[in-house]
Write a protein that binds this ligand. Structure first.
Ligand code: PGA
Length: 256
């Protein structure tokens, strides 16, 4: 059975004080979740890399942690970069790769993204590959082909024993930070499409978690998570508010 995951991507937000307060609150609320929910759900905090150590200090084993980006190289003279091995060394479990802000603002190509996925999987961590179309691409009827190509290229080097550490996050670019969410039906359709592409790649598609991201909030999470191919969410803005984030963690259908 695939895992449910709710991951909070803090982006370039936060401070030492915020870590103490927010992670402390989230940890407390997550401890109160129903045992049945807790046993199937990974709650992941993905702060700026400089705060990973303090986040881990605050959350202990209750929450998982990740970084928002790693280098395409293993180590060496790459000033300003951090490696996947370093994220592992600090105690992270997850790495976001190919977030649309990295693709758009830092010109990350599918080739670079595939190299990063390779580094993450080599180091033993789980890669959350982010994919998603822009509004122009959607309006031009290209959403499915763009997303399929991002999945194929981003995961082109994954070997059969590594699929258990691959997660895909479908984040339509037009829904990120805009307050616009894909309807649950549209998101479900794209998730089913992604699972189909994984199947064609000979991946164990039924065991791979596919998350939805893009303006997920406490009041729309339940409709999204009720869909059969949506296994959780990648949460930006709402991950910076403990109540909101934990309500999202409580939004999975009961008994499913
Ligand atoms: P948002 O961001 O929830 O603020 O739309 C999601 C993301 O960028 O991962």
């Amino acid at each position: 059975m695939r895992r449910r995951i709710v991951a909070g991507n803090w982006k370039m937000n936060g401070s030492k004080d915020l870590v103490q307060q927010l992670v402390g609150d989230i940890r407390e609320h997550v401890a109160d979740l129903d045992e049945a929910v807790k046993s199937t759900l990974d709650v992941v905090i993905i702060p700026p890399a400089l705060y990973v150590d303090s986040v881990i200090g605050c959350c202990g084993d209750a929450l998982a942690t990740g970084v928002q980006n790693v280098s395409q190289w293993q180590s060496g003279a790459y000033t300003g970069e951090i490696s996947s091995g370093m994220a592992l060394d600090l105690g992270c479990q997850y790495v976001l790769v190919g977030h649309s802000e990295r693709r758009q603002l830092f010109a990350e190509s599918d080739e670079v993204i595939a190299r990063k996925v390779t580094r993450v999987l080599e180091s033993g961590l789980t890669a959350i590959l982010c994919v998603g179309e822009t509004l122009e691409e959607r309006e031009a009827g290209q959403a499915e082909s763009i997303v399929a190509s991002q999945v194929r290229q981003g995961l082109s080097t994954v070997s059969s024993d590594q699929w258990s550490r691959v997660v895909v996050a479908y984040e339509p670019v037009w829904a990120i930070g805009t307050g616009k969410t894909a309807t649950a039906e549209d998101a479900q359709a794209m998730h089913a499409e992604i699972r189909g592409v994984l199947e064609q790649m000979n991946a164990p598609s039924r065991n791979i978690s596919v998350l939805y991201g893009g303006s997920v909030k406490a009041d729309n999470a339940a409709a999204l998570f009720a869909e059969p191919d949506i296994d959780g969410g990648l949460i930006g803005g709402a991950s910076l508010k403990a109540d909101e984030f934990v309500s999202i963690c409580r939004s999975f259908p009961v008994g499913a």
